[in-house]
Design a protein around this ligand. Structure first.
Ligand code: SAH
Ligand code: SF4
Ligand code: F3S
Length: 440
């Protein structure tokens, strides 16, 4: 049996696209190589959101050189966001001539013809969508690897052009799938028994603008999916604060199967920096949105992305970001040091001293950790419904799952609980981790 290995970097979008790649490879008769097993096909699904994501992928690809020497028939493919940057596909092949196939972000389906072709020694392929990205291919097969949770793409691309971000350049403009296609896939996932379905898009709140011109939006779609009978959870990500509307809050409040968990990346707490980032909201607008969420969804877990060291960021701007963190009290925050992305407007702005940025990120992480710890304490001695997802990766004899608000809980139990909803009393917390015992 021929084996494959897929190495995935980046966001959920990529994790989900790797399931498509696995689907294609399964169709071609390959099975997944186990840990330590040699593979006949290796696919790198890359990310270029920050410099370190690219460096990590380049390092791993480089390490394959000796393996390929030992096993020249091994097929190496590099796909995803990194290859989609201007000229990157060709540069990659020049740096690593042993790569057989380079594809972009939306023509992954070509692996189905290119892999057999390379296997029959019919050459090498570099095929990136340089111009407009093609329309959505609705006929993809998936090999889902996510257990109880299934990802469901509702749209591709991004129109926002935040000045630091590479995504609109490598993923193209927003392309929404039709509501019928989404609902069909949702119903299939329900039939297959998935207990949690996560809707994916770079900015789910602008769903439908391109194909329905504002007549039908994300709140309508979410409501339609929430009305499908049966017990399950629906999550979604990512929401852009500028498009997060009150109608959406009402829909989340009305349907218990929509999780009270919102990822609302703020990036910075400074109006000056938000403007330079082209985010289209102010700190006041953002805080109003948070207040509206808290009013209707008091138990909602709110998470965010934060960046420090963006061009022109001064100490007072950073203090505004710290103040934002203190005011909102996020249940979790993903914190990043700004990384220059070639071709984006911010790359041409004056850069902040890396030492200053380093100092700020440490202070930011410390502030958020303190809040996370305090919020975790509030969970103690209360009972939550947990969707049990898997065996615990850290604790023997334990399983883990999430609260509706998105917090990870570890508790004693066996494989029979996986995929089930169980009531768990939280007995102890340790920073972001919650531990508990099941209750009748
Ligand atoms: N579409 C989503 C997420 C995009 S990428 C959104 O709009 O929120 C995820 C996060 O990576 C961003 O929210 C941002 O915080 C971070 N990010 C993006 N570009 C970056 C850069 N050049 N340097 C550092 N962090 C970056
Ligand atoms: Fe990047 Fe901004 Fe689009 Fe998010 S909304 S993907 S940060 S350009
Ligand atoms: Fe990375 Fe592309 Fe996602 S750049 S964060 S994998 S959209």
């Amino acid at each position: 049996m021929q084996k494959y290995r897929i190495i995935t970097y980046g966001c959920q979008m990529n994790v989900h696209e790797s399931e498509k790649i696995a689907g294609i490879l399964t169709k071609l008769g390959y099975t997944e190589a186990k840990e330590g097993e040699d593979a006949d096909v290796v696919v790198f699904n890359t990310c270029c959101i920050r410099d370190n994501a690219e460096r990590k992928a380049m390092g791993h690809i480089g390490m394959l050189k000796t393996e390929k020497k030992k096993n020249p028939s091994m097929i190496v493919a590099v796909v995803g966001c990194m290859t989609q940057q201007d000229g990157a596909g060709k540069a990659l092949r020049e740096k690593f001539p042993f790569i057989d196939i380079v594809l972009g972000t939306s023509n992954l389906a070509l692996l189905e013809t290119y892999i057999p072709s390379v296997a029959a020694s019919r050459g090498k392929y570099v095929d990136i969508d340089e111009n407009e990205l093609p329309p959505i291919n609705e006929n993809e097969s998936f090999y889902r690897t996510s257990g109880t949770n299934a990802w469901l793409n509702i749209m591709y691309g991004c129109n926002n052009f935040c000045t630091y971000c590479i995504v609109p350049y490598v993923r193209g403009r927003e392309r929404s799938r039709t509501k019928e296609a989404i609902k069909d896939e949702f119903l299939r996932l329900v039939d297959e028994g998935y207990k949690e379905i996560t809707l994916l898009g770079q900015n789910v709140n602008s769903y439908g603008k391109d194909i329905y011109g504002g007549e039908y939006g994300f709140a309508d779609l979410l409501e339609e999916l929430a009305k499908v009978g049966g017990k399950r959870r629906i999550r979604f990500m990512t929401s852009h604060p500028k498009d997060f509307n009150r109608k959406l809050i009402d829909v989340i409040a009305e349907y218990p199967n929509i999780c009270n968990n919102i990822h609302l990346p703020v990036q910075s707490g400074s109006d000056k920096i938000l403007k330079l980032m082209n985010r289209h909201y102010t700190r006041e607008y953002y805080l109003d949105t948070i207040a509206a969420i808290r009013e209707k969804l008091p138990d909602c877990g709110i998470t965010t992305d934060l960046m420090v060291g963006f061009p022109y960021e001064e100490e007072c701007d950073f203090l505004d970001t710290l103040d934002m963190v203190e005011r909102v009290r996020y249940s979790n925050a993903f914190t990043f040091v700004y990384s220059v992305r070639k071709g984006t407007p911010a790359a041409k702005m004056p850069q902040v001293d890396p030492e200053v940025a380093k100092d700020r990120i440490m202070r930011l992480i410390a502030a958020q950790n303190k809040i996370t710890k305090e919020l975790s304490k509030e969970y103690e001695n209360k009972v939550y419904e947990i969707l049990c997802e898997d065996f615990s990766p850290n604790k023997k004899g334990c399983v883990c799952g999430r609260t509706d608000s998105g917090r990870l809980v570890t508790f004693e139990g066996g494989g029979d609980l996986i995929g089930k909803f169980v009531n768990v009393r939280i007995t102890r917390s340790q920073s972001a981790s919650l531990f508990g015992v099941t209750e009748e």
